[in-house]
Design a protein around this ligand. Structure first.
Ligand code: BGC
Length: 755
């Protein structure tokens, strides 16, 4: 018996013993019921498995996609999907639509395949399904876990309405490198914030799986994809085991702690071994250390691509290595369906290992109620009624405005005063292409539902007599156009205030769009420069999925707002902020560098032997400061907050104690506002080099003008643990430095000791 089968066997025996014990004691009725259910699921799965042939078992590990819409080089072109389903050679699908196709395929699976096992239908819903929310990095800037969970829940409700049941999200990769465009899909650079957001998203997607409005989630990409060398997508990684443990693994572990149904292996290698044949990651960590009982699915076609990594010379060997390492479902590689049966017949892979993987797939299907109701996700007659419901749109607006980050606001140019303003010019190419609001991975979102900047302002100013001028200033493809520029300059001259919208362009944000230069493209900088020459009251609004570099703008433009790619109600949300109906509260979940050469960059800077600014030979650049343009956790408000009186309940704690660290925060401005108070802890002396400080908590607080509140953080030994020289997760006795403040670069400090 291999380890996984042994675990499974032990699990069954334990389950039965528990049932008997509970019966004997006549106590814990509820627990008894759930154990009984578990045992009956196990028995049902066993009885199905016993009837399956080898190839049908392999079929459960095969995920294909719906009919490709364009000519394709992928191997699925040679297969007849319906025939494959009939033979029981497909277990799940990605991207099948329309709904009739799902129903047709399910019918074939249930009525014509040998054991009538229903199919699972998967999709990527990354930031909303029909109602789009800000890109995940933008949502992360809200630091609002409740609202982030709500976005995922709405996305599930909308996606399940057309029969999708398995979502290839959330992406929980941590990255310090915005050249890698997929930072847009994640929660930024910090493992603590990333873990909390991963939990929120998974809870939102999965909720109670017995409901047909929730879907299986998939935390991806396990592990280290965000560390591609030089920020180039699909490249090798060079990270160490320690880096993996410190930064990459925590959000995955957090995902498992909230029972994520599946994990996707990474396109990348770790320590010289491709992600989907990496048994250190997939077995040692995932199964043995974390006891993960869900499914591991490969990334799209990546099993076939193992051959390209040069670690095997045939797809048969790729199948062998990937399966033995623990990749269970083959997404579109067709490597398992073509090779696993033979590998088992030849005795190279044990059938018992195959059984373990198949049981996990069957269990997912059972959890989704598909054996009792294979069509239960296809019951909604009119999904249009489910989509874009007023409360979903209201949420889209709310989370978008809470995601926007005010980077600069000199001389209080923002909010725009409706009393003093007669004309607002909206200049910039963003409204020309509404996809700039939806970005890539927008699922079934449609441009026609997007509220743009001009419409958002018009909606908000219905009652006012303010004139709104609009000029794109550039072509739709973001290239320069002298005639449009002249018109834009004329409009800027006429206006009291200009809202200049710039974008990296939605095509630049999403998979396989790495950049070697993150500077805002010149035609856009030129546009805002020329506009500013004729109107000093120019506000810059940025639409991007990743940090960009814009030194001229930072220096010269008085007000800058990071709007991300804000989703369906982006324009309304923006108007709320521009006109002061919502006081900005977003905080950067990722560092904005000054220039591309500073990358990789993170506030998680370790101590070094020659720290910055301590003497002649410190760690530095000759041509740029070390500091970023905007630090992690940074974000302004229309009001101001003052932090004071940092204090501790005790200066010494031991093993089981809890220390309370408190700080006072006062709203010293004229408007009510929300502040995210951030707690960072540093370890004075450790057995290995450690970051100067790490985020360990945060709280959002609303304050009226003049109001002061005291904020408490509870700290235990758990917060102080790290991977020591022996790779044990422990805390050393000694001094710790507490930092509490408004961002990773602006805080009050105090110290305490762990005995
Ligand atoms: C991406 C995954 C995604 C998959 C299916 C791949 O290219 O890396 O994140 O889930 O496609 O769409």
């Amino acid at each position: 018996m291999n380890l996984t089968s042994r675990l499974y066997f032990n699990f069954r025996v334990t389950a039965m013993l528990t049932v008997i014990l509970i019966l004997l004691s006549c106590n814990g009725k509820k627990r008894y019921e759930s154990e009984k259910k578990l045992t009956s699921v196990t028995l049902k799965i066993d009885s199905i498995l016993n009837k399956m042939t080898l190839i049908e078992k392999v079929g459960q590990l095969n995920m294909l996609r719906g009919k490709p819409t364009t000519p394709t080089n992928f191997k699925d072109a040679k297969y007849n999907l319906e025939e494959e389903i009939k033979k029981g050679r497909v277990g799940s699908f990605l991207n099948v639509h329309p709904m009739e196709d799902k129903i047709k395929y399910q019918k074939i699976a249930v009525e014509e395949s040998p054991n009538g096992i229903p199919l699972l239908f998967g999709i990527d819903i990354i930031h909303g399904f029909r109602t789009n929310f800000p890109v995940p990095l933008g949502e992360a800037a809200s630091w609002n876990l409740e609202l982030i969970e709500k976005s995922a829940k709405i996305a599930s409700t909308e996606g399940t309405a057309v029969g999708f049941m398995w979502n290839m999200a959330p992406m929980v990769d941590i990255s310090f490198d915005a050249r890698w465009e997929r930072v847009m899909e994640g929660a930024g650079e910090d493992p603590y914030l990333g873990s909390r957001i991963a939990e929120a998203r998974i809870k939102g997607f999965q909720g109670d799986l017995s409901s047909t409005e929730t879907m299986l989630a998939c935390a991806k990409h396990f592990a280290g994809y965000g560390q591609v060398m030089a920020g180039r997508d699909y490249n090798q990684t060079t990270i160490s085991k320690r880096f993996l443990h410190d930064y990459i693994l925590p959000p995955f572990q957090a995902s498992i702690d909230v029972d994520v149904a599946s994990l996707m292996s990474a396109f990348t290698d770790f320590d010289g071994v491709p992600g989907n044949m990496n048994s250190y990651l997939l077995k040692d960590i995932l199964r043995e250390r974390w006891d993960f009982e869900g499914i591991v699915i490969s990334d799209f076609n990546s099993l076939e691509e193992i051959v390209n990594w040069g670690t095997v010379d045939s797809e048969e060997k790729a199948a062998f290595k990937a399966f033995e390492a623990g990749t269970e479902v083959d997404m579109m590689g067709l490597v398992y369906i073509e090779n696993l049966e033979k590998l088992i017949q030849d005795g190279k892979i044990k059938e018992s290992s195959l059984n373990t993987a198949v049981k996990r797939v069957l269990k997912m299907k059972m959890d989704m109620g598909l054996f009792d109701g294979p069509y239960r996700y296809f019951k909604i007659k009119d999904p249009e009624k489910i989509w874009l419901q007023p409360q979903f749109l209201e949420h889209s607006r709310n989370i978008a405005r809470k995601s926007m980050v005010l980077l600069k606001n000199d001389s209080q140019l923002l909010p725009i005063s409706t009393n003093k303003t007669k004309t607002i010019a909206v200049i910039g190419p963003v409204d020309e292409d509404k996809r700039n609001f939806m970005a890539t991975w927008s699922a079934w979102g449609k441009e026609e539902n997007v509220v743009g900047v001009v419409d958002g302002l018009k909606n908000a100013l219905k009652e006012e007599t303010i004139e709104i001028l609009y000029e794109p200033g550039l072509n739709k493809d973001l290239s320069a156009n002298p005639e449009l520029l002249n018109r834009a300059i004329k409009a800027a001259k006429k206006a009291d205030v200009v809202v200049c919208t710039l974008t990296e362009g939605w095509r630049n944000s999403g998979e396989n769009t790495s950049l070697s230069d993150l500077n805002m493209p010149e035609p856009q900088v030129d546009l805002i420069r020329k506009i500013h020459e004729v109107n000093q009251s120019t506000i810059c609004v940025l639409f991007n999925g990743r940090p960009m570099i814009f030194p001229w703008i930072s220096e010269n433009i008085p007000a800058i707002l990071e709007a991300w790619m804000p989703g369906t109600k982006g324009g309304d949300a923006l108007a709320d902020i521009l006109l002061g109906k919502y006081n900005p509260s977003g905080k950067l979940p990722i560092t904005f560098p000054r220039n591309t050469g500073q990358i990789p960059i993170s506030y998680l800077q370790k101590k070094t032997g020659r720290p910055y600014k301590t003497g002649k030979n410190w760690t530095r650049y000759l041509d740029a400061p070390n500091e970023p343009a905007y630090a992690f956790g940074y974000g302004l408000s229309y009001t101001t907050f003052e932090y004071s009186d940092i204090r501790l309940s005790t200066e010494n704690i031991s093993e089981n104690d809890t220390l309370t660290a408190s700080i006072n925060i006062k709203n010293t401005g004229q408007l009510a506002g929300v502040e995210t108070v951030q707690l960072y802890i540093g370890d004075a002396v450790a057995t290995v080099t450690r970051p100067i400080k790490e985020l360990k908590g945060f709280q959002q607080v609303s304050l009226e003008p003049g109001e002061t509140k005291s904020i408490d953080f509870k700290i235990t030994k758990e917060h102080l643990k790290y991977w020591n020289t022996e790779m044990k997760y422990e805390a050393d006795p000694g001094t710790f430095i507490i930092h509490i403040g408004t961002n990773s670069d602006d805080f009050k400090k105090t110290i305490f000791k762990l005995q």
